[in-house]
Unconditional design. Structure first.
Length: 280
């Protein structure tokens, strides 16, 4: 096994911690395949894995990290508190359970997965995350799928600003307003479904840019995220794509190419609407 350290840049969070800007997502990786897929990602050079209790594959992520023989500090692990674990005590318990499945003493980043506004417990849940960070069970804390009103409320009621907001973001759904709001609060933007689960990859404008650089459209889209400053973690179970998605540091998109991709924004979500998504 060759596990040399990678050349991925890091982004500094508002609590002073560093996060590798490119990682590996494991949503929809079957639990029984996750240790193998994550091992292949680590071998390809990824040192940041994004999982969640709801993905039911934290155990596989943990197994791969332990089997790789890496120092714990050499791998950045994110997991998330799901909708049925909102509430102060329950959220605290949820991280303990995730840590057991990961077989780890701490994670690097713990997120509230969805705000679930109809339950109205995300402020309490956020207070639990603040305490979990103070206890050292997670280095950083953040949120996912939070809209501006949700962000403003947790900041106003606790005085603690999330380090990141992990949101759906890709060329067809660029979230310009929310990214601006993040910038104003010093919140790092993490992009989920960065490739729109493959739906953007045949776009004619992206094909033209990919041909100009001799790369794939997937590589162009990941490069676009990195140049915007997003933290990004494409998912693939396919060896060639796992390697390809990590090989994005040998070319740079021009300003004109960044503008051409900006023009693709259609304001169309592929995933659920955070204002209404409640699925436990
Ligand atoms: N916080 C949230 O609510 C939330 C929601 C969704 C996702 N996420 C996170 O974001 C991560 C990534 O998002 P995602 O998994 O939804 O979608 P994605 O990364 O945008 O796309 C994954 C899909 O694209 C395919 N693919 C990957 N690389 C490719 C390439 N180079 N060329 C062609 N096809 C390629 C994969 O196929 P194969 O696997 O078959 O190769 C898979 O079907 C997740 O794994 C998860 O960690 C978070």
């Amino acid at each position: 096994m060759s596990l040399t350290s990678s050349t991925v840049p890091t982004v500094t969070l508002n609590d002073g911690e560093q996060i590798p800007q490119l990682g590996f997502g494991v949503f929809q990786v079957p639990p029984e395949d996750t240790a193998d897929v994550t091992t292949r990602a680590l071998l390809a050079g990824y040192r940041h894995v994004d999982t969640a209790a709801a993905y039911r594959n934290e155990a596989g992520v943990g197994q791969a990290v332990h089997a790789a023989g890496l120092q714990r500090d050499d791998v950045y692990i994110t997991t998330k508190c799901f909708n049925d674990d909102h509430g102060f005590d329950q959220a605290k318990r949820a991280l303990h359970e995730s840590l057991k499945r990961l077989e780890m003493e701490h994670v690097d980043l713990y997120l509230i997965h969805w705000p679930v506004p109809s339950a109205d417990k995300y402020v309490e849940t956020w207070k639990a995350l603040v305490e979990l960070q103070q206890e050292g069970l997670t280095r950083s804390i953040g949120v996912s799928n939070f809209q501006p009103a949700h962000l403003e409320r947790i900041i106003a009621e606790t005085g603690v600003t999330p380090a990141v907001n992990q949101i759906e973001l890709h060329p067809y759904f660029q979230q310009v307003g929310l990214r601006r709001e993040h910038g104003e609060h010093g919140i790092v933007t993490e992009a989920w479904s960065p490739l729109a689960q493959g739906k953007v990859l045949e776009d004619a404008a992206l094909v033209e840019i990919a041909e100009a650089h001799g790369v794939t459209t997937g590589q162009v889209v990941i490069r676009w995220h990195l140049q915007l400053g997003n933290v990004v973690f494409p998912k693939s179970v396919t060896q060639e794509r796992i390697e390809q998605n990590f090989d994005v540091f040998g070319f740079t998109l021009t300003d004109a190419q960044m503008d051409a991709i900006a023009a693709l924004d259609a304001g169309v979500r592929t995933g659920p609407d955070p204002d209404t998504f409640v699925r436990p």
